[in-house]
Ligand binder design. Structure first.
Ligand SMILES: *Cc1c(COP(=O)(O)O)cnc(C)c1O
Length: 222
């Protein structure tokens, strides 16, 4: 797959999204494909832009700030999603640069983002990241802390787009996706950011609205 052209890989991923959505009785336009371009240079990103794709994900603020202003000068309709962990002291830069933030996971970050949004008059949609497998090394709020964090985020006026998770590696992800979908439903949230290259078909079957796909589009990362 990695020897295929970027356009061909994009076509294949889009076709898989279409097929999975159909199989789940869902409309394909309910699923947003975020092309995760972390570690990839502008020359690797450009072919996807030329093929008409406009929604991209990065996991580091600094890397995105280095790469995207030039690409955005060429394509003003690009939407950038932050999918990686965010330090509170980078909240200003993140709010200025991104159109959505998928890694909101603690009250201090909620406060920093709310302040940054007021300052910049920009309100990127926020996904609350849930540490769905209770893994100590992973970001995300604990499942039992989600209600409190959501209440706080709403009090601070954060625009909540939905929930996000990264399930544990090397085990069947479906139960974790199903748990995230249930938590979103319980809290009246529509957005479900779940599914990466290896499991986005499963995620779409279980209700994903945003799939974050890197390797299947760009090839392996170094
Ligand atoms: C890197 C990354 C992805 C994309 O992973 P692939 O397996 O390359 O598709 C998705 N989500 C997050 C949070 C990531 O850091």
């Amino acid at each position: 797959m990695t020897s295929a052209s970027p356009e061909a890989r994009l076509g294949a991923v889009r076709a898989t999204i279409l097929k999975s959505a159909k199989r789940a009785g869902r409309k394909p336009e309910e699923v947003t494909l975020i092309a995760v371009s972390k570690t990839k240079g502008v020359e690797e990103i450009r072919p996807l832009l030329d093929a008409g794709h406009r929604i991209f994900g990065e996991n580091r603020v600094q890397e995105a700030a280095d790469k995207w202003p030039a690409l955005r000068a060429e394509h003003s309709d690009v939407a950038l999603h932050l999918v990686g962990q965010l330090q509170s002291n980078k909240a200003d830069e993140a709010v200025a640069l991104f159109d959505a933030i998928h890694s909101v996971d603690r009250p201090s970050l909620v406060e920093a983002l709310a302040k940054a949004m007021d300052r910049f008059g920009r309100r990127p949609g926020c996904f609350i990241q849930v540490n769905i497998g209770a893994e100590p090394q992973k970001g995300g709020c604990a499942v039992d802390q989600l209600p409190e964090l959501l209440t706080f985020a709403r009090e601070c006026g954060l625009p909540i787009a939905g929930l996000m998770c990264i399930p544990p590696a090397a085990v069947e992800p479906a139960p974790y996706f199903a748990l995230l979908a249930k938590l979103a439903k319980d809290h009246g949230l529509d957005g479900l950011s779940m599914g990466m290259s290896s499991d986005f078909e499963t995620a779409i079957m279980i209700g994903a609205t945003h799939v974050r796909v890197g390797t299947a589009l760009f090839g392996e990362r170094a």
